[in-house]
Design a protein around this ligand. Structure first.
Ligand code: FMN
Length: 197
């Protein structure tokens, strides 16, 4: 247990952290966005594939490009956030494996010959990286509002044209306004969700 983090820290990243729907006007520095990436990138991925790619939407012009692709219920709150991360996955991630996984030079070809494995690996690991992103942002004192209610094809055409990157989910980030937080819903108990065999 010597490396366990404090109870306060556990509250910050899990127990008292809440999904946000309203945001304070406080601006978010680029340095802080970079610090979130710098922390979350150390989370593990299979074959160290690191398939997630991030677009931070912060300017009014970029938000206007995102807005038409959001579901109606997500639009207003997303536009009010100081930053929105589009978390995507790059189907060309095998190209980076010679650098990221030099201990097995054959790995690039393993994926290259198997598009289904490439897709599954990219989606699974970018989802994990999206979760690392939320935890890292919370650990650095930020709040998050993750959302999947948007038109993926529209976002991909607008932000990832000419690439093999596909959107996974988006995540508003900033300092939340507690007035917008919904009542906390329960979670499954250990017995409902787990088995020790
Ligand atoms: C991947 C993902 C997608 C989500 N999509 C939406 C969404 O489209 N719209 C929305 O209002 N909330 C969305 N949520 C928010 C969840 O409903 C919320 O995180 C969950 O109910 C837990 O809330 P809590 O963190 O306040 O306990 C999403 C959350 C995640 C993790």
């Amino acid at each position: 247990m010597s490396h366990a983090i404090s109870d306060d820290a556990l509250d910050t990243i899990f127990r008292t952290a809440r999904t946000q729907n309203k945001w304070s006007d406080a601006p978010l520095s680029e340095a802080l966005l970079m610090a979130v990436y710098d922390l979350m990138r150390w989370g593990p991925t299979s074959a160290n594939s690191c398939p997630a790619r991030f677009v931070f939407v912060t300017s009014d012009a970029a938000k206007a490009r995102l807005a038409p692709h959001l579901s109606e219920g997500n639009r207003e709150k997303t536009m009010a956030a100081p930053a929105v991360a589009i978390i995507g996955y790059d189907l060309d991630f095998p190209e980076t494996l010679p650098k990221l996984f030099p201990n097995n030079p054959k790995m690039k070809d393993v994926f290259g010959s198997n598009p289904q494995l490439t897709e599954t690996t990219a989606f699974r690991n970018s989802s994990l990286q999206g979760a690392y992103f939320i935890i890292a942002a919370r650990a650095l004192g930020l709040d998050c509002g993750p959302m999947s209610g948007f038109n993926n094809a529209g976002v991909d055409a607008e932000f990832f044209a000419g690439t093999n990157i596909k959107s996974n989910f988006i995540c508003a980030i900033g300092h939340g306004d507690p007035a917008g937080v919904f009542p906390r819903n329960p979670r499954l108990s250990f017995d409902e969700a787990c088995k020790i065999v």
